[in-house]
Design a protein around this ligand. Structure first.
Ligand SMILES: NC(=O)c1ccc[n+]([C@@H]2O[C@H](COP(=O)([O-])OP(=O)(O)OC[C@H]3O[C@@H](n4cnc5c(N)ncnc54)[C@H](OP(=O)(O)O)[C@@H]3O)[C@@H](O)[C@H]2O)c1
Length: 239
């Protein structure tokens, strides 16, 4: 997939990895549809980057997902890439995890990406081409106490991505998964419940910058590979 002039929808573009991906994609010549609940942030970023629109969208609301896709088509007439990046952490042991928190994290990290995929696929099928990148997490490589709810949502999106990829084989639509390692964003301060232990997340390794993850996402869009991870070899990854 060529990035130049392509239309890329990025969820969770108001901070961290999503905002960095927007900046990197803009530099590569893409046209952008930037979605988040904090509309002021995505609208300011869109105005700064140009050839971009910022759309207020809670991705757990199916109607708003439909409006987001419509806004992309109204603005640019096509959708080449979807980056399913919006997400949130949850920190609680299996004994203590509140079911309401678990359901909310599954809605955001798993159900919403599926809703987004379903919403863009008719357009991508009409085009005969498209790229979908779903964002998982390096926490799936370990069994760190307290991460079960979050890891369950991310493992599930990885499997859903892999199976969707097979289902779409031959259509020109490619589904990929990016697996960031611990990254310096607002993530740790926006955990839905509990506090993440940064030390346990990295086992002492350095945090990546969101720009490093953005570069990996763009590379994945370009290559169409099934998955890429930024997890150090010492933790079971390929880096
Ligand atoms: N940081 C890490 O260490 C790390 C590691 C591995 C994977 N990840 C994954 O990377 C992705 C991006 O996270 P980040 O690190 O960049 O964290 P972040 O800075 O907290 O960004 C999260 C983004 O998700 C958006 N979001 C949350 N709930 C939403 C909703 N209901 N509707 C629409 N947007 C919503 C937020 O925007 P609004 O609040 O404005 O809606 C924000 O833009 C997540 O899927 C996360 O699980 C992060």
């Amino acid at each position: 997939m060529q990035l130049d002039n392509s239309v890329i929808v990025i969820t969770g573009a108001s901070s961290g990895i999503g905002a960095a991906t927007a900046r990197a994609a803009s530099r590569a010549g893409a046209r952008l549809v930037l979605a988040a609940r904090r509309a002021d942030r995505v609208q300011d970023l869109a105005a700064e980057l140009g050839r971009a629109v910022g759309v207020r969208c809670d991705v757990t609301d199916q109607e708003q997902v439909g409006s987001l896709v419509q806004a992309a088509l109204d603005s640019f007439g096509r959708i080449d890439v979807l980056v399913n990046n919006a997400g949130q952490g949850l920190q609680a042991t299996t004994e203590q995890i509140a079911l309401a928190d678990f359901r909310a994290v599954l809605e955001l990290n798993l159900v919403a990406p599926l809703a987004l995929m379903q919403a863009v696929l008719p357009t991508m099928r009409r085009q005969g081409a498209g790229s979908i990148v779903n964002v998982s997490s390096g926490t799936t490589f370990a069994d760190v106490p307290g991460t079960g709810g979050y890891v369950a949502s991310k493992i599930a999106i990885e499997r859903l991505s892999a199976i969707a990829r097979n289902e779409l084989d031959g259509t020109g639509i490619v589904v990929s998964t990016i697996i960031p390692f611990a990254t310096d964003t607002e993530f740790l301060s926006s955990i839905r419940a509990g506090r993440a232990d940064a030390e346990a997340m990295t086992a002492g390794a350095d945090f990546d910058t969101p720009e490093q993850v953005a570069d990996a996402i763009l590379e994945l869009i370009g290559s169409g590979a099934a998955r890429a991870d930024l997890v150090p070899a010492a933790y079971g990854g390929t880096r």
